[in-house]
Design a protein around this ligand. Structure first.
Ligand SMILES: *[C@@H]1O[C@H](CO)[C@@H](O)[C@H](O)[C@H]1NC(C)=O
Ligand SMILES: *[C@@H]1O[C@H](CO)[C@@H](O)[C@H](O)[C@H]1NC(C)=O
Ligand SMILES: *[C@@H]1O[C@H](CO)[C@@H](O)[C@H](O)[C@H]1NC(C)=O
Ligand SMILES: *[C@@H]1O[C@H](CO)[C@@H](O)[C@H](O)[C@H]1NC(C)=O
Ligand SMILES: *[C@@H]1O[C@H](CO)[C@@H](O)[C@H](O)[C@H]1NC(C)=O
Length: 508
């Protein structure tokens, strides 16, 4: 009996420790869209049904679920259902606290019966002003043909934030943002790209993250190095998150349920500079002077890539290690470098230079002093910079004038690349069309104005639509007719017609 109590005590203690190690900010909303019940995911978070977050008028969105047995049990539970919108619809989240929030969208374009989510094409807009995704097609992993403005770069499936499951060949697409919320409500609008298209979403996360984006950041441009303020009021899309020298880190092991991937695809092996991966098994010492556990978990700081050059040659070209990323060239980026001196035996042994696209960004970085003279203390540096004209962003760690020969003279533990909103306030191109027919000659400005007009009129439209749906419902009930003939011709027919087979439920 005592043993049992003892066991129970430790059982609950261990659960408590596991739960308390995760971040709990004022806002943490996890939605399983189109689901009728709450589901628990691998990392033990509970994703709740989305219906409470859709206004009455937008509950017209259909729900669809993956057919039993068609996924071999490999699809995570929050990807098995989706909400489909054939008209603009908005999720509304009441915020307990203003400031930066982490926003994640999960897309898994499954096919269920005759409804194929990979055929969806849509825009996603935050707070009625920030375009997060435009002409987004999850299934094909690419957007529409390059626009007349010559932006031929498409993230989609190639994005390193994507989480592909190689066992089944299925692809889950994860899109992640830091959004500045300055009102008590955050609104996320899904807009089908045209009349014959539709939008869908499997899961949404909204998490308080005001400590993750500082307000003042170093910037590096043609005028040199400056300080930029107001950075916590901007919008970001996370494009890359790398655990240099280490293994993949999943939401199970991260304080903010992030993914970090190994750096093999990005590291630039140049000359033989004695570059190697290191791993530290001692404790990581978080202090008030450095990075917090929310900035990055210990598993990021416990591994690194280092270089050790025996002979610091006096050639004009510095020995270095670098990582390069391909990004859309018409945006600015926040590059976050994570450091933790897990290589040195004593303080003040490690110094190096940091370059961005070949230009010096930080000279003679002294990690010991920066991390308040404690070894194994996490620290991070942020830089806002612009890629070269071909969209290449190169981060270089090079030996500096204070580097000591035969010691480690360069180190990097982690790296994040976040796209900053453009001067129009958007994170993706303005949509080429917004339910506009025929005219392919609209200038981007006109299109944007149209988008804004559209979004405001969407509310009015939806009220009308809700009324219409009531009539439809009444008719459906009274006629008990199969199929969805009363719906406008603009709906994605195969998805909506599932209604007759009972797989898709239109709620009112
Ligand atoms: C699956 O993994 C193997 C080996 O890890 C790799 O060669 C192959 O390209 C991967 N396939 C896809 C579709 O990613
Ligand atoms: C991640 O968490 C799991 C379960 O808690 C653990 O077994 C694993 O070792 C962790 N991995 C890392 C890299 O910390
Ligand atoms: C690595 O760096 C060298 C020298 O800067 C460059 O020529 C090469 O293209 C880079 N390789 C990759 C894969 O980026
Ligand atoms: C890094 O090394 C490569 C290859 O030696 C060289 O081309 C490049 O200029 C170096 N970068 C810096 C910033 O010194
Ligand atoms: C981001 O958008 C805001 C307005 O919403 C603007 O003030 C700011 O300059 C934009 N950022 C960039 C880097 O253009």
């Amino acid at each position: 009996m005592e043993n049992l109590q003892f066991f129970a005590f430790f059982f609950f203690l261990s659960i408590f420790i596991q739960i308390s190690s995760a971040f709990t900010g004022p806002d943490s909303i996890f939605l399983s869209c189109g689901s009728s019940k709450s589901v628990t995911v691998e990392d033990r978070r509970v994703f709740v049904p989305d219906s409470h977050f859709l206004p009455y008028r937008d509950l017209s969105g259909s729900k669809v679920e993956i057919l039993d047995g068609s996924d071999n049990g490999l699809v995570p539970v929050h990807y098995k259902t989706a909400r489909i919108f054939s008209h603009p619809a908005s999720y509304k989240f009441e915020m307990k606290k203003k400031g930066t929030h982490l926003l994640r969208f999960h897309f898994y374009p499954f096919a269920s019966g005759s409804c194929d989510l990979s055929r969806a094409r849509f825009h996603v807009v935050a707070s009625r002003k920030v375009i997060l995704l435009s002409d987004f097609e999850v299934g094909s992993g690419r957007k529409m043909a390059p626009s007349s403005r010559g932006c031929g770069f498409h993230m989609g499936r190639s994005s390193r934030m994507d989480n592909s499951d190689n066992k089944t060949g299925v692809e889950f697409v994860l899109k992640e943002y830091f959004i500045s919320v300055d009102s008590p409500e955050l609104e996320i609008t899904f807009v089908p790209a045209d009349r014959s298209s539709f939008a869908f979403i499997n899961a949404i996360e909204v998490i308080s993250a005001s400590t993750l984006i500082p307000d003042i950041v170093r910037s590096m441009d043609s005028n040199g190095i400056n300080k930029l303020s107001g950075m916590s009021k901007q919008e970001y899309e996370v494009l890359f998150r790398i655990n240099t020298g280490g293994a993949k880190i999943t939401p199970l092991n991260d304080t903010m349920w992030r993914n970090w991937v190994p750096d093999e695809d990005f590291v630039n092996y140049t000359a033989n500079i004695g570059m190697k991966k290191i791993h530290f098994s001692g404790p990581i010492k978080y202090t008030e002077y450095g990075a917090s556990r929310e900035i990055a978990p210990g598993s990021v700081y416990r591994t690194a890539r280092v270089m050790k050059i025996a002979k610091l040659v006096d050639s004009s070209v510095k020995k270095n290690m670098s990582w390069s990323f391909s990004v859309p060239s018409d945006y600015n980026y926040l590059v976050r470098l994570h450091f933790c001196d897990i290589a040195s035996m004593v303080l003040n042994d490690l110094y190096f230079d940091i370059y961005l696209n070949g230009k010096i960004a930080y000279e003679d970085f002294d990690i010991s002093t920066s991390s308040n003279l404690v070894l194994a203390t996490p620290y991070y540096l942020d830089f806002v910079t612009h890629p070269d004209s071909s969209g290449r962003l190169v981060i270089t760690i090079a030996a500096s004038k204070s580097s000591k020969p035969s010691k480690v003279n360069g180190m990097l533990n982690g790296l994040e690349v976040m796209k900053l909103n453009n001067s129009a306030g958007n994170l993706d191109d303005e949509p080429m069309t917004m339910m506009m027919d025929g005219s392919d000659e609209g200038t981007p400005h006109v299109v944007l104005v149209f988008v804004r007009m559209f979004l405001t009129s969407a509310a009015l439209f939806s009220i009308g639509f809700a009324g219409y749906m009531l009539v439809v419902r009444w008719r459906t009930v009274s006629h008990t007719s199969a199929g969805w003939s009363p719906l406008p011709a603009s709906t994605p027919e195969s998805c909506i017609s599932l209604e007759s087979s009972g797989k898709t439920i239109v709620q009112l």
